[in-house]
Write a protein that binds this ligand. Structure first.
Ligand SMILES: Nc1ncnc2c1ncn2[C@@H]1O[C@H](COP(=O)(O)OP(=O)(O)O)[C@@H](O)[C@H]1O
Ligand SMILES: [Mg+2]
Length: 243
């Protein structure tokens, strides 16, 4: 068993454990300085902060796309900084659902092909379907997200709200232990936004996925079990610049 699957298979590990995290982009000053953050399995966490406070960067650390300068990132019991970049890629494909701000759907694939992609990239994730067919699971998720009639359409033919829901189905297929969302509601009006959140929460609950949801809109915080506020480390520098 690889170290990635050994840790992730542990039933009692929190979804996320961060300790003493400092991160800077190459040549720059720290944009993240976070002493500790623990998110339980299945927990819904709202990550709030002004533009530039490091929300997207923090999701990159949780996804193992970025590696901190100091500190440890543990996801579902696996210490990501202890893995090679190839092993982090495999861990991400197996255990993480990512809903991007700009959807990042593959434009030349259909809705169904976009949704099933993570299971085609990760045999371990496909194995979690417990015998269910990948196509049937995509259809099930599409049904629950109210996009079933769109499965054979090219994603480029969809509205913004429909594309968001394809992004959610793709993140949730194969029940990842952690789902992260980067401002997925910023392009939706408030009615659609509320409906979208309801669908997202219900599907995460069904899959047992912990959720880290990023937004600059603090009015959404009440819908989550907890809120984490990111301070803007660059503020002092900006003040210096404007005098
Ligand atoms: N690829 C990058 N290279 C260098 N600096 C970056 C990069 N991405 C983001 N930053 C900087 O890091 C800080 C945090 O950015 P980001 O995580 O995108 O914030 P948020 O998502 O909260 O708006 C900002 O100052 C931003 O300019
Ligand atoms: Mg961002």
């Amino acid at each position: 068993m690889s170290s990635a699957t050994a840790g992730a298979a542990g039933t009692s590990s929190p979804a996320v454990e961060l300790r003493d995290i400092r991160f800077a982009y190459k040549g720059g000053r720290d944009v993240i300085d976070l002493p500790a953050l623990t998110i339980g399995q299945g927990e819904r966490c709202f990550l709030h902060g002004p533009s530039g406070s490091g929300k997207t960067t923090l999701l990159g650390l949780l996804a193992g796309v970025l590696v901190p300068r100091t500190g440890t990132v543990r996801v579902l019991g696996t210490t990501l900084s202890g893995l090679t970049s190839g092993a982090r890629d495999r861990f991400r494909a197996e255990h993480l659902g990512y809903v991007f701000q700009m959807f990042n759907l593959i434009p030349y694939l259909s809705v169904r092909e976009n949704i099933t992609l993570p299971c085609r990239l990760s045999p371990a994730r496909r194995a979690r379907l417990k015998g269910a067919d990948v196509g049937a699971e995509a259809a099930h998720l599409a049904e629950r997200l109210e996009i079933a009639e769109l499965l054979d359409k090219p994603v480029t033919a969809l509205s913004v709200g429909q594309q968001q829901r394809v992004g959610v189905a793709r993140a949730l297929i194969g029940a990842p232990g952690l789902v992260v969302c980067d401002e997925p509601t910023s392009a939706l009006d408030s009615d659609r936004r509320d409906r979208f959140l309801e669908l997202l929460f219900a599907r995460c609950e069904e899959a047992g996925s912990a959720l880290v949801f990023v937004s600059h809109d603090l009015s959404l915080a009440a819908r989550f079990q907890r809120t984490v506020e990111l301070p803007e480390l660059n503020k002092a520098a900006v003040r210096e610049m404007v005098g």
